[in-house]
Ligand binder design. Structure first.
Ligand code: FE
Length: 191
């Protein structure tokens, strides 16, 4: 069973001006697609050939892990956006954010800082711990919180390919527009 590039719930130009069509043509159309293609090629003839993406992420190492986690991370990231996104978390997720970070604004500030200060390539994550509490973590490269028994709720891709065409070296500018695109219905449903 081969993996396929997921269909996005929006057109490539619909996240403009925050994230341009050109960025998505490369980030989704080339980078995400390449992780899918590499994973399919790498897993052929291995014990991972017929495993789910999550099973591969939990057990694989090296190139198979890297490509599997990048497929998962990008799908999760792209599915968090909506052309009508933005605003604040709602419902149960909003309650727990307020409890764990004092306010949505403080959460946003801490998450943005984690994304801005992550050295090199990687992902900032909001995760749910087994006890239901929320935590902000940084993962380098293809890192995925599932490996540590954590439930991903939200992620920000801070690899340069996520923002360089639109913002060059100004990662904080990309992180600012990231918030305006978040679909809190989708993200809240993950808690
Ligand atoms: Fe990326």
């Amino acid at each position: 069973m081969n993996f396929e590039l997921p269909i996005l719930p929006y057109a490539l130009n619909e996240l403009e001006p925050g994230i341009s069509k050109r960025t998505l043509e490369f980030h989704y159309g080339k980078h995400h697609q390449t992780y899918v293609t590499n994973l399919n090629n790498l897993k052929a003839g291995t014990p991972f050939e017929n495993k789910t993406l999550e099973e591969i992420i939990l057990k694989a190492e090296g190139a198979i892990f890297n490509n599997a986690a990048q497929v998962w991370n990008h799908t999760f990231y792209f599915e968090s956006f909506s052309p009508s996104g933005g605003g604040k978390a709602k419902g149960r997720l909003a309650e727990v954010i307020n409890r764990n970070f004092n306010s949505f604004e403080e959460f946003k500030e801490q998450f943005s800082k984690a994304a801005a200060t992550l050295f090199g390539s990687g992902w900032a994550w909001l995760v749910k711990k087994p006890d239901g509490q929320l935590q902000i973590i940084q993962e380098s490269n293809a890192g995925n919180p599932l490996r540590n028994g954590l439930t991903p709720i939200l992620t920000c891709d801070v690899w340069e390919h996520a923002y360089y065409l639109d913002y060059q070296n100004k990662r904080p500018d990309y992180i600012n527009v990231f918030w305006d695109l978040i679909d809190w219905e989708v993200v809240g449903g993950r808690y």
